[in-house]
Design a protein around this ligand. Structure first.
Ligand code: FAD
Length: 345
């Protein structure tokens, strides 16, 4: 159980900037994201695209913005918890929030937080599932939506599903770094959609017979004695073939699921949280919300708007945690207190 002043749900740009503003307010924060790395949409959907409307930054990529935000929050040493989904929030008798997360292959993590800031964006990013009858029980044993543990790979027949960067890069990585028996990439189209460098490496390995490629759609599975033994592929020329396998790796991209946020009993309008725009408080005492997950008159889903919301939410959280503290506005340029917190004095 981790006790904290503030728990931030979501490590997108707005969640990360919230951690910074909470730090300026003297609040210790923990930040949780279901993804295995911070950055939210910027890192997961457009890491290399240029962003032109961050104040004072004429241009930066989604990845650079994330890296700069991480540098900015570093002085406050927040606790960072990736790869876990915040699933439940329960108010305690003393007004604190018991927050539980779900982690794969590990017991859940619990936090006891005096305040919570929901910065869940368009929802938790989760891998797009391969929807086939009977596949579910093999998850984590023979079916993976991320790189499998290295010890599982050696001497195995591996089928990788997907045709974009992550899938092609994974096929290349496994062919170069692991002792798999066979690697077959299956994609619904003949043309793969990865970066030039990755495609070039893929072509070399394919010519050398170390990776096979099969265009087609996976339509079924074969099992034997509770083991997944193969998949059925329908090819573009209407053939059906069976590919034997030991491991099935699926990399079809990610999609957002609002999921648990909608089940926390917070007031919502059209699947977004409603807030008081003076402090970005939600309908539950001690829970604030910022960024793409909220709605209010005039709301724009822009990073700069989220940064403003994060600033006021941090003031709101500080007023709850330290009601005795002075409310005189302080500037980072001149406040010794803020500079001490930033570690620059
Ligand atoms: P997000 O970035 O969506 O991050 C939310 C995070 O919360 C995610 O990482 C998610 O996994 C996590 N999460 C959600 N629920 C849970 C849960 N229950 N447990 C754990 N984690 C959870 N905006 C601009 O201002 N300028 C631009 O140029 C611009 N270009 C864009 C280009 C594209 C292609 C896209 C898609 C968006 C663009 N945007 C741009 C919009 C901008 O990216 C969003 O406004 C911004 O990312 C919102 O930040 P956020 O932190 O609120 O949410």
């Amino acid at each position: 159980m981790i006790q904290t002043d503030a728990l931030v749900i979501g490590a997108g740009p707005v969640g990360l900037f919230t951690v910074f503003q909470l730090g300026l307010q003297g609040l210790q924060a923990q930040v949780v994201d279901v993804l295995d790395a911070p950055g939210g949409q910027c890192a997961a959907l457009y890491p290399d695209k240029p962003i032109y409307d961050i104040p004072g930054v004429p241009v930066c990529s989604g990845r650079e913005l994330t890296q700069n935000l991480l540098r900015q929050i570093a002085p406050f040493s927040p606790g960072c918890h990736w790869d876990q989904l915040v699933s439940s929030l329960e108010v305690q008798a003393d007004g604190r929030w018991l927050v539980s997360t779900e982690r794969k292959h590990q017991p859940c993590q619990q936090f006891l937080a005096r305040t919570v800031v929901v910065a869940a964006g368009v929802g938790a990013f989760v891998p797009k599932e391969l929807k086939l009858d009977g596949l579910g029980p093999f998850l984590g044993q023979q079916l993976f939506y991320k790189a499998p543990p290295p010890e599982l790979v050696s001497d195995k027949d591996i089928v990788i599903v997907g045709g974009e960067d992550e899938a092609v890069a994974q096929a290349v990585h496994l062919a170069q770094a692991c002792q798999a028996r066979s690697i077959t990439l299956v994609y619904r189209r003949e043309v793969l959609q990865a970066s030039e460098d990755t495609l070039a490496e893929f072509a070399v390995l394919r010519d050398a017979g170390r990776i096979h490629f099969q265009a087609g759609q996976i339509t079924g599975i074969q099992t034997n004695d509770q083991r997944l033994t193969g998949v059925t592929v329908s090819t573009p020329d209407d053939q059906t073939l069976n590919l034997p396998l030991d491991l099935l790796l699926v990399f079809q991209g990610i999609s957002p699921k609002l999921g648990p946020v909608a089940q926390w009993g917070l007031a919502m309008e059209r699947k977004q949280l409603t807030v008081d725009t003076a402090s970005f408080a939600t309908s539950a005492p001690g829970i604030f919300a910022v960024g793409d997950v909220i709605t209010y008159p005039g709301k724009k889903k822009l990073i700069v708007c989220g940064f403003h919301e994060a600033t006021l939410a941090a003031f709101g959280a500080a007023a709850l945690v330290h009601p005795e503290a002075s409310t005189v506005l302080q500037y980072t340029t001149s406040s010794a207190l803020l500079q001490q917190r930033l570690g620059v004095l």
